[in-house]
Design a protein around this ligand. Sequence first.
Ligand code: NAD
Ligand code: MG
Length: 341
Amino acid sequence: MAKLYYEADADPGVLAGRKVAIIGYGSQGHAHAQNLADSGVDVRVGLRPGSSSWPKAEEAGLAVTTVAEAAADADLIMILLPDTEQAAVYSSEIAPHLSEGDALFFAHGFNIHFGQIEPPEWVDIAMVAPKGPGHLVRRSYEEGGGVPCLIAVEQDASGKAKATALAYAHAIGATRAGVLETTFKEETETDLFGEQAVLCGGLTSLMIAGFETLVNAGYQPESAYFECIHEMKLIVDLIYEQGISGMRFSISDTAEYGDMTRGPRVIGKESREAMSKLLDDIQDGSFAREWIEENRRGRPYFNELRRQAASHPVEQVGSNLRSMMPFITAGKRRIQDVSGG
Ligand code: NAD
Ligand code: MG
């Protein structure tokens, strides 16, 4: 078993006297900044002038300045901008204000691993990457819990980079849940693979294929939605709480037999080969090159795909059904509260 770090493994005193800048106040940024502040860390938030997050961060009692000022003031800079914005903001507003002994922190390894950001050799480069969305990083901290996270050290100029990352993980509540050490390479590649093959890409394609199969066979779209989309959360909640066998314990024997005999036919040889190919494209950098290039061109393909996805019939059916279940929209409102910027 890999070593996991918990409360007693971190020395929160490592952050004493350090000035932390959180750059960006989106999903992760608001959660890190507020958790650090509540943990007694000296934190400021760096934002664009005119950003709609500026008043939100001030209302939360945080000091807010421009990105450049925050980077200049602080000696530990956590970059929580969208991954596609980080390189430009880093070179214009952060790099000029770095000094020896500073630490650059990330919550995802993309820009360092794929060489989009190349910091000088005299700063620490580390990662503290929560394995969950920002609103959960905040909510679970407030409830006395935490979201598990990964830490990694890419460059240890000070000799204290790992201790600093652990102290930061402690301050955002992650050591309450468990902290696993990894590398920028492993985090970046597994994160991209997970979101493409399983969590986002695999999952939505599975749900839509199931929905379309039923609708095309003449079943009511509402039945197809309940069956292939709505119920997913209920099953995943059981897996989250009790593992796959635990979930199977809660379903009928008929469901369990169908699961074990038919599931491997849906995700069979062809799907496994596709997964392998996705991983190759991630490892050899071709996915990263494609996405960086798409951003350079102003995202025409991405925007077109978004438009097509939003007009799929599943969206209208789902929207109608969810509007009759106001109790499930509470979480959605919470996400909207912290987004935008
Ligand atoms: P986000 O899009 O929610 O928030 C980004 C913030 O940056 C917003 O406040 C936005 O207004 C601000 N911003 C955008 N461009 C800017 C600019 N040019 N100058 C200044 N501010 C600017 O991003 P996020 O999802 O919190 O992601 C931040 C980092 O955390 C990324 O590296 C991401 O990979 C990582 N991460 C995210 C999650 C998640 O669940 N959202 C989980 C783990 C790690
Ligand atoms: Mg991820």
